[in-house]
Design a protein around this ligand. Structure first.
Ligand SMILES: *[C@@H]1O[C@H](CO)[C@@H](O)[C@H](O)[C@H]1NC(C)=O
Ligand SMILES: *[C@@H]1O[C@H](CO)[C@@H](O)[C@H](O)[C@H]1NC(C)=O
Ligand SMILES: *[C@@H]1O[C@H](CO)[C@@H](O)[C@H](O)[C@H]1NC(C)=O
Ligand SMILES: *[C@@H]1O[C@H](CO)[C@@H](O)[C@H](O)[C@H]1NC(C)=O
Ligand SMILES: *[C@@H]1O[C@H](CO)[C@@H](O)[C@H](O)[C@H]1NC(C)=O
Ligand SMILES: *[C@@H]1O[C@H](CO)[C@@H](O)[C@H](O)[C@H]1NC(C)=O
Length: 491
């Protein structure tokens, strides 16, 4: 009798967990902003979300769908009307379904909950949460909530590292949940990806293999492009990352992707026009990549990367203020070059390039750039160390990180080996930062990290396929111990 139940149990588990992949959808989302009232604006976008959820469920059999940061409200939040744009959210420990008690929750929450229930999939949305404490004190959070297949709110994450959001209270909790397809997810929002808490501390729990990431990123060139930051996190930590971005390209926002734990890019999207688009991929379940310390290969699985017709020139990017970087010019008219450069004695970078000229004019200049120290992120300062091959409009260092409407041309990089030698720090993380002219991460490279001794670590980044229109091929490192220690070069 016992054996029978054990067998039955195994068949059941096989049934539920049998597939070795689950299907994920992320939505690059350009909100509708034309409604005449704040409530109507939120509902316009809720109805758009419902269309995406229906399509994902009925046509694509998606298990989990993720939406962007500020997708329901837009980025220009009128704080006078924040009560009309925000919503109270049930405490996830109570396992309540807004669809089952519609009079207790906002229309937006009820519609989303009922849609998740009707189509039986997980729905993850970002919203402004209103939290009333002791019926008098009101707090607002930038919150992601998860509806399960019954429309029940099972998880809630409140953004911890805010980005100029004065009206928002920072969260102080990690959020995770286990899905019925056997995957345990962690969740965070936008700027959180650059901070140890929560982006690395959440991984202290070994069961977390997949991250849900809602974002409205302000792309900064060379090292902090939206998709380059997303891929850098996934490949360095060996997790699956589902990223859903807010599309507002004239104001630097946009970029979504599905990144696999083995370093591959399943799908990415970024555009110079504000359009919404759903990306879908089958994501491998399983363990987190076990040794994120060693070498890792990136491979691009989608053909997006070679889309030279993509309209990206309408995507405005922020140029990093690089006054505190050290630069070296690279004479790429030579077919083989080797150069090296240090920011401080323990922060050095070298590069070997083999390249070939094409018939087109060489219309950008390339430099090697290195920095170690403190820099601004919104109103905070963070410790960082970066180095890389970067494109500049001309020889002027202040033109590095600028783009113009000309696609980079004139050169094919056949081999690039970039080596960073940095102080060995325990409390930090170095991630690859790569971008092509389309503002996508380059899909094909290897990333190795090796401890030389207790004082030094060596990071090597090498392309595995020829590249033609590189903006950035580099490393962006974080030194968490140097957060809030001011700006400038640190010795
Ligand atoms: C809905 O709100 C009413 C009144 O505040 C309360 O009594 C009830 O318990 C709530 N129900 C649920 C399911 O939250
Ligand atoms: C809120 O209410 C609790 C009891 O319900 C009380 O102990 C606490 O002091 C109150 N907090 C504030 C800020 O009023
Ligand atoms: C990573 O996984 C994907 C999907 O399982 C596979 O297609 C790809 O070849 C893998 N990449 C590497 C580098 O192993
Ligand atoms: C600008 O970059 C060149 C190398 O390309 C370097 O020699 C020079 O010192 C830099 N100037 C400043 C002000 O950083
Ligand atoms: C880079 O070039 C230098 C000088 O030519 C050479 O010593 C070194 O071995 C090269 N490194 C790689 C990884 O190709
Ligand atoms: C550059 O360094 C100086 C201190 O040396 C600092 O005051 C300034 O804020 C830094 N600039 C940036 C953009 O970080």
């Amino acid at each position: 009798m016992h054996l029978f139940y054990v067998l039955l149990g195994q068949i059941f588990l096989q049934f539920v967990y049998g597939h070795d992949t689950y299907r994920a959808a992320v939505v690059e989302y350009a909100p509708k902003l034309t409604a005449s009232t704040p409530e109507a604006r939120v509902m316009d976008n809720v109805h758009k979300y419902v269309e995406f959820i229906e399509e994902a469920a009925t046509k694509k059999r998606v298990d989990i769908i993720l939406f962007a940061e500020n997708g329901l409200t837009g980025m220009d939040i009128d704080t006078e009307h924040i009560d009309d744009m925000s919503t109270e959210v049930p405490d996830p420990t109570l396992f309540l379904s807004p669809c089952s008690s519609p009079s207790n929750y906002s229309e937006a929450l009820v519609v989303l909950s009922c849609t998740a229930q009707m189509h039986k999939l997980y729905v993850v949305v970002n919203l402004i949460e209103r939290f009333v404490h002791n019926s008098s004190q009101k707090f607002y959070y930038n919150t992601n909530i998860v509806f399960d297949r019954r429309g029940v709110v099972i998880s809630r994450f409140r953004k911890i590292n805010l980005f100029f959001e004065d009206y928002i209270t920072p969260g102080n909790d990690i959020a995770t949940f286990k899905s019925d397809f056997g995957v345990t997810f962690g969740m965070f929002i936008c700027n959180d990806i650059l901070f140890k808490y929560p982006s690395l501390e959440i991984l202290a729990d070994n069961r977390i293999t997949d991250i849900l990431y809602s974002v409205a990123w302000f792309s900064e060139i060379p090292f902090l492009g939206a998709l380059s930051v997303q891929h850098g996190y996934a490949i360095t930590n060996g997790v699956n990352l589902l990223a859903s971005g807010h599309a507002r390209p004239s104001f630097y926002n946009g970029g979504s992707g599905i990144y696999l734990a083995n370093g591959s890019v399943a799908n990415v999207y970024i555009s110079g026009t504000p359009i919404s688009k759903m990306l879908i991929a089958d994501v491998h379940k399983g363990h987190r990549r076990s040794s994120p310390g060693s070498c890792q290969s990136a491979v691009s699985l989608s053909n997006n990367h070679k889309d030279v017709t993509r309209d990206i020139s309408g995507f405005n990017t922020i140029k990093e203020n690089m006054v505190n970087y050290t630069f070296k010019s690279l004479d790429i008219t030579q077919s083989e070059i080797f150069e090296s450069l240090c920011s401080t004695k323990d922060s050095c970078c070298s590069i070997n390039i083999t390249s070939k000229r094409t018939n087109f004019d060489l219309n950008y200049v390339y430099k090697l750039a290195v920095f170690k120290g403190g820099r601004y992120i919104a109103t905070d300062t963070i410790g960082s160390r970066s180095c890389g091959l970067i494109a500049c409009l001309n020889h002027d260092n202040d033109s590095c990180g600028k783009r113009n409407s000309n696609r980079l041309s004139g050169i094919i990089f056949e081999k690039i080996v970039l080596k960073g030698t940095f102080q060995n720090i325990r409390d930090g993380q170095d991630r690859p930062a790569t971008l092509n002219y389309n503002l996508e991460p380059i899909g094909d490279y290897t990333f190795c990290k090796k401890e030389i001794n207790k004082d030094a670590v060596e990071i090597i980044l090498s392309i595995t396929k020829p590249q033609t229109d590189l903006l950035t091929f580099g490393i962006f490192g974080r030194d968490f111990n140097s957060d809030n220690k001011g700006t400038g070069v640190f010795e």
